[in-house]
Design a protein around this ligand. Structure first.
Ligand code: SF4
Length: 353
């Protein structure tokens, strides 16, 4: 066991990542923001988001006081928006319950919104230098290959086995370096495809390599055909303004500003009537743009965008949750990635964060 961590730490000292933005000034706040962003997201993608986020919200008090929309705007394009909502709720709780100081125990960290077992372990080790156990996707891959644990790591029995292994292998010595090291090893060397076994510090002891099972481990998630849904989104434009609606707080794209939608099966005439009744607009032109697909974890969404120029903006549009935004304001609000990309393409003045 000690041999395992010794090899990984030695590898880390010469090859691990040490210059990541959140590794400078390792405060619990910065580590926590980074860990939440890194959930299901690659390091290279996270870096620019992290830097902008920290510039705008340099500490937990600033974040706790911020408006929802502002926080969401810094998450546009990063996906999994529940993370941003939980991040904001968590900041508020840390300020209210813990006077702005993150707790330094596994149990207390796990009571905070958005912090699960592995994220709490990462914060404990990275921010407090305590022995925290982590088991993210990269670590699961290294551990399951090294011990030749077949089966999909998402299965409860496999996950439990991996947690037991992670517990046994995590050292008391240099826990912060060890957690970073095993994450780095998974993302830089023991990659999902074409791992670089010849430069891996676990080359000798790795059971998957010895048994020629690398291609089969970790096991794949059982395939299921994702259902497809279709929606029609309306880009209602009036001069330099676009109509947006705030989505309900829970569910897909919860709390984000998005485009009005209608049933894609409706005729153009029926759609025009709905737009007039619901939004009080007079339509001048309609352009049906090329549709595209966005994949969520549990379904695929076919999006049919219609670009609609209007000549009037009815007063009742200014209801809560429904608003005409100037093009230049769009970068200040949280929008789903596909919507922000669509608008950026159509309206060059729109530059999302
Ligand atoms: S030897 Fe290869 S498969 Fe085994 S842990 Fe190292 S990189 Fe991964």
């Amino acid at each position: 066991m000690q041999e395992f961590s010794r090899k990984i730490l030695a590898w880390f000292d010469s090859h691990g990542r040490k210059g990541l933005p959140w590794q400078q000034q390792k405060t619990p706040y910065r580590i926590w923001v980074a860990e939440i962003m890194l959930q299901q997201t690659r390091v290279a993608t996270v870096i620019p988001y992290f830097e902008k986020f920290i510039r705008c919200f340099p500490d937990v008090y600033t974040l706790a006081k911020a408006a929802d929309d502002e926080v969401m705007s810094y998450w546009t394009g990063l996906g999994y928006y529940a993370r941003a909502r939980n991040l904001h709720r968590c900041a508020i709780q840390v300020v209210e319950k813990y006077h702005g100081e993150f707790p330094d125990t596994q149990d207390k960290l796990q009571t905070l919104p958005g912090i699960g077992r592995s994220t709490a372990g990462a914060i404990l080790s990275q921010a407090f230098g305590k022995r925290g156990i982590i088991l993210d996707g990269n670590v699961k891959r290294v551990l399951s290959r090294h011990a030749a644990i077949s089966g999909w790591p998402g299965q409860a029995a496999v996950t439990q086995q991996l947690w037991r292994l992670a517990e046994q292998l995590t050292p008391n010595h240099r826990p912060d370096a060890y957690t970073q090291a095993i994450m780095d090893l998974g993302s830089l060397v023991c990659r999902r495809r074409q791992p670089e076994c010849t430069v891996c510090p676990l080359f000798e002891s790795c059971q998957a390599r010895r048994q020629r099972l690398i291609g089969q481990i970790p096991g794949r998630k059982p395939k299921r055909l994702l259902p497809q849904k279709t929606t029609r989104v309306m880009i209602l434009r009036n001069g330099e303004k676009i109509l947006l609606e705030k989505r309900p707080p829970v569910g897909i794209w919860g709390g984000l500003w998005s485009l009005p939608e209608t049933d894609a099966a409706l005729s153009q005439q029926a759609t025009e009537k709905i737009l007039h009744d619901r939004h009080g607009v007079n339509i001048t032109t309609i352009e049906k743009l090329r549709s595209f697909e966005h994949t969520f974890s549990h379904f695929r969404l076919r999006i049919e965008p219609w670009l609609i120029d209007t000549s009037t903006m009815h007063n009742r549009i200014q209801e809560p949750g429904r608003q005409w935004y100037d093009f230049h304001e769009l970068s200040k609000i949280g929008m789903p990635g596909p919507v922000s990309r669509l608008l950026t393409r159509l309206v060059p003045a729109v530059e999302c964060r």
